[in-house]
Design a protein around this ligand. Structure first.
Ligand code: FAD
Ligand code: SF4
Ligand code: SF4
Ligand code: SF4
Length: 417
C-alpha cells in the first residue's frame, strides 16, 4: 500500500501515453485515472500548440483527450495559479486536477490564503523544475548559440545540466552554465528560484534520481500527501500504472542534484541583488527602469498575488490618469501590496512590453522582508504580513462602504461627488 513519504519509480502501462510522455508518463497516467474514476471533474494542464515554443493551457474533462497534455514544454512560461483564478467562477465547487511547477504551486497557496481557491477541491500533481526558457529567448538562443534554425527543432529537453535540442539533421546539447554566462538560458527568476521539488503538492514527479534500466522510462514520484497516496494506489490497482521502489543510489543522486540547484539559486540571488545595489542607489535604479512603463497593466493582470477587485493603481487620486511617464506611485502601490508575498514567478517581467525587470525588483524586496520578518511566501499556509495589519477593521470598512478605496472622496479632485 502506498503511503505518504514513499519514493517510487512509476510508469504508465498505456503504450500510447508512454510514447508521448516526457519520462515514464506517470503524470498523464495518474490524470487519466483521476478523470476516469471521477476523483476530479476536470484537469488543467498544458499542451503543445503550433510548435514546441507554444505552451497552451487546456482544460480536459474526457480521459480520452488527456494524451494531448503529455510531455514537458521547457519553453512554456505559463503560470497555472493565475489560470485557476481566471477560471475560478466556472470551476466553482468542481474538483480539479492541476499539474504544477514550483511557482504554480506557490501562487496557488497564496491564492488559497486569500480564499480565492479552495485547496480541498484541488488535486496537485507537482513536477520538479530546473527552470524554463522564454520562448522568444529560446528561439534566439537556438539560432545564435546552437547555429540551428529554431523552426527545424522538433524536440527540446533539459538534462544533466544541458539544454538539448533535436532538429532535422541532428541533435546538440550545450551546458546551461555556458549558455547563462553568455546571457542565454533560463529566465532570470528561474535562476533565483528555490522551489525545485514541489513537496507541498500531493505528488512530486520528476526525472532526477531515475537510474539504471528505468532511466528515461520511469518517473520518479515522491508521495507528499494522503490524497497523493490514494491516487497512486488506485492507479496501480487499476493497472494504468506500475511502480517499484526507487533505487537507493538514485535517491542519493536526486538529493545531491536538488542541493546543487538550491546553491545555484543562492548564487544567482547574490549576483542579481548585489548588481541592484542598496538603499538610495537601488531606489534610483528602480525609478530609472520603471520610467519606461506605459501602464498597460500587464504585470497586474498576470500576478497571482494581485487579486483586488478594485485596483488602487486605478484610483486617479493615487496615480494621475493619462500621464506618461507614469507616476512612480503606480509601482510603489504594487511594491507595498505585493512584496511580502511575491513568489518570484516571473510573470510581471515576462509580459512587460517595456522589458522592465519587474520580478527582479519585487523579488529583491520580498527577500529583504523575509530577512526582517521571517515570512516565506508560497511554501505553506502562514498568512502574509499585511494580513496581520488591522485586518478586522479593514474588512469592516470594506463591508460597510463596499469599496477598497481608502481615499475615495477625500483627495480626489477628479472624482464626481
Ligand atoms: P508526462 O506524463 O509527460 O506529463 C507531463 C505533464 O507536465 C503534463 O501534464 C503537461 O501538461 C505538464 N507540463 C508540460 N509543460 C509544462 C509547463 N511548462 N508548465 C506546467 N506544466 C507543464 N524534472 C526533474 O526531475 N528535473 C528538472 O530539472 C525538471 N525540469 C522541468 C522543467 C519544466 C519547465 C517542466 C515542465 C518539467 C520539468 N521536470 C523536471 C519534470 C519532468 O520534465 C517531467 O514532467 C516529470 O518527470 C513527469 O514526467 P512524466 O513522463 O510522468 O510526465
Ligand atoms: Fe520552474 Fe521556479 Fe522557474 Fe517556476 S520559477 S518555472 S518553478 S524554475
Ligand atoms: Fe510573480 Fe511578479 Fe507577482 Fe512576484 S510580483 S508574484 S514575480 S507576477
Ligand atoms: Fe508598466 Fe510593464 Fe507593468 Fe505594463 S507590464 S504596467 S509597462 S511595468
Amino acid at each position: 500500500m502506498t503511503k505518504k513519504g514513499d519514493m517510487l519509480y512509476a510508469w504508465t502501462t498505456n503504450a500510447d501515453l508512454a510514447k508521448k510522455a516526457e519520462c515514464g508518463g506517470a503524470v498523464t497516467g495518474l490524470l487519466a485515472y483521476a478523470l476516469e474514476t471521477k476523483m476530479v471533474d476536470a484537469v488543467l494542464a498544458v499542451k503543445r500548440g503550433v510548435d514546441l515554443y507554444d505552451a497552451v493551457p487546456t482544460i480536459i474533462t474526457d480521459p480520452k483527450d488527456i494524451s494531448k497534455t503529455a510531455g514537458s514544454l521547457h519553453c512554456g512560461t505559463l503560470l497555472m495559479s493565475k489560470l485557476v483564478n481566471s477560471y475560478v467562477a466556472g470551476l466553482s465547487g468542481k474538483k480539479v486536477g492541476i499539474v504544477v511547477k514550483g511557482c504554480d504551486l506557490m501562487g496557488i497557496l497564496e491564492l488559497a490564503k486569500r480564499n480565492v481557491i479552495n485547496l480541498n477541491n484541488i488535486l496537485m500533481i507537482g513536477v520538479n523544475c530546473g527552470g524554463s526558457v522564454n520562448p522568444t529567448a529560446a528561439r534566439r538562443m537556438i539560432k545564435e548559440k546552437f547555429g540551428v534554425d529554431p523552426d527545424t527543432v522538433h524536440k527540446e529537453e533539459i538534462d544533466k545540466g544541458q539544454f538539448i535540442i533535436e532538429y532535422e539533421g541532428g541533435h546538440k546539447g550545450i551546458s546551461m552554465d555556458e549558455l547563462e554566462e553568455a546571457g542565454y538560458g533560463r529566465r532570470s527568476n528561474c535562476r533565483r528560484c528555490k522551489l525545485k521539488i514541489p513537496r507541498q503538492a500531493d505528488l512530486a514527479c520528476g526525472n532526477w534520481g531515475v537510474i539504471g534500466p528505468r532511466a528515461g522510462k520511469a518517473t520518479f514520484v515522491e508521495v507528499c500527501s494522503e490524497k497523493g497516496a490514494n491516487l497512486l494506489s488506485g492507479a496501480v490497482k487499476s493497472g494504468i500504472l506500475a511502480t517499484e521502489a526507487a533505487n537507493p543510489k538514485g535517491l542519493e543522486i536526486r538529493a545531491k542534484v536538488e542541493g546543487a540547484m538550491l546553491k545555484l539559486g543562492d548564487k544567482w540571488r547574490k549576483k542579481d541583488f548585489e548588481a541592484l545595489g542598496e538603499g538610495k542607489e537601488r531606489l534610483k535604479k528602480i525609478m530609472a527602469e520603471t520610467a519606461r512603463c506605459v501602464k498597460c497593466y500587464g504585470c497586474i493582470d498576470q500576478c497571482p498575488i494581485c487579486y483586488c477587485v478594485e485596483c488602487t493603481t486605478k484610483n486617479p487620486a493615487m496615480v494621475p490618469p493619462g500621464v506618461l511617464p507614469v507616476n512612480f506611485m503606480f509601482h510603489l502601490i504594487r511594491y507595498a501590496h505585493i512584496a511580502d508575498s511575491c513568489v518570484n514567478c516571473g510573470q510581471c517581467e515576462e509580459v512587460c512590453p517595456a522589458e522592465i525587470p519587474n520580478a527582479l525588483f519585487m523579488h529583491a524586496q520580498q527577500v529583504e522582508l523575509e530577512k526582517m520578518f521571517g515570512h516565506v511566501p508560497g511554501v505553506d499556509m502562514e498568512l502574509p504580513l499585511l494580513a496581520l495589519v488591522e485586518e478586522k477593521e479593514e474588512r469592516a470598512r470594506l463591508h460597510n462602504t463596499g469599496s477598497d478605496m481608502i481615499y475615495e472622496n477625500v483627495f480626489n479632485p477628479l472624482q464626481k461627488k
